[in-house]
Design a protein around this ligand. Structure first.
Ligand SMILES: [Ca+2]
Ligand SMILES: [Ca+2]
Length: 287
């Protein structure tokens, strides 16, 4: 397994949270992933997963399409940067959990969805500049999950967990030396290569399957390779350098994390649509 040598910053609302950007994703470009909310990701019924360092608290409310949802329970008893929220009623959208365990260097594409600040590509093609005040709009970007390993997020938090990691590859042929490298050695940029920035914590890392998008990770950190020195001294880059920067999520496919999720939800919430269908069928038969 590759060892990440990097500094990692949490991307939540707190000290240094993060946002979605991508080469085709500007401040006004939004996609629609029902089930990904600014507070986390619906997993069925009244439950959502999010990053612990940015999670709502019991009694907090969120508005979805004009309806208010209130947090009634918060489950923090997981060592990862991961919290489960329970609301007072079922959330309108959700994703099922990706059911393949990701380890080593899976090299599969993920679609990252969040509400953080957006970035625009710099004229010199060395990376992105953050667009100030651009948070709050749902955006998506893609990347390749090139590494799965256990990290400790920052000294400020006691999170140690297995994460999914992506490097930020340049899609340009004229990117300056150093920034044009493939940090993880997992291949070049995807069609809408991007990462995360402030405000993206708690967002979704989705894998496209024949059955639709499934949830593999929850956004938690961004990374930079602090062994690379060619980018230092350029404050405009803000840690969003091609060849140096990356994004990280809590690996929900880790067996221990998966077990915590399914055992914390008191009912098989992800089976709710199926149960409803069965109920309708029974009613129909009675007629
Ligand atoms: Ca990449
Ligand atoms: Ca790469």
């Amino acid at each position: 397994m590759k060892r990440l040598v990097c500094s990692a910053g949490l991307v939540g609302i707190a000290a240094s949270s993060f946002a979605i950007f991508g080469i085709h994703t500007g401040p006004n470009d939004s996609s629609s992933f029902s089930g990904v909310y600014s507070f986390g990701v619906g997993i069925g019924g009244a439950y959502a997963l999010t990053a612990k360092h940015a999670a709502l608290h019991v009694g907090d409310t969120a508005m979805i399409a004009g309806t208010q949802y209130t947090v009634t329970n918060r489950f923090d008893d997981n060592p990862a940067d991961l919290t489960m929220l329970q609301f007072d009623k079922a959330l309108p959208g959700s994703f099922s959990l990706y059911n393949t365990v990701l380890t080593g260097q899976p090299n599969i594409e993920t679609t990252i969805v969040g509400y953080g600040q957006s970035g625009i590509v710099r004229a010199d093609h060395a990376g992105f500049d953050i667009v100030g005040g651009s948070g709050g709009t749902q955006r998506s970007a893609t990347n390749t999950i090139g590494d799965v390993e256990t990290i400790t997020a920052t000294p400020d938090y006691n999170f140690t967990y297995e994460g999914l990691f992506c490097d930020l590859d340049s899609p340009f042929t004229d990117t300056p030396s150093g920034f044009n490298r493939d940090w993880f050695g997992d291949g070049s940029a995807t069609a809408n290569e991007g990462g995360v920035w402030a405000g993206d914590s708690g967002g979704a890392w989705l894998v496209d399957t024949p059955g639709g998008f499934q949830l593999a990770g929850i956004t938690t950190v961004n990374l930079s390779d602090d062994t690379a020195t060619f980018y230092t001294g350029d404050p405009n880059l803000e840690g969003l350098f091609f060849g140096v920067s990356g994004a990280g999520a809590v690996n929900l496919t880790n067996p221990g994390v998966h077990q915590w999720i399914v055992s914390t939800v008191p009912e098989p919430a992800t089976f709710a649509p199926l149960a409803l269908g069965a109920l309708l069928l029974l009613r129909r038969r009675k007629r």
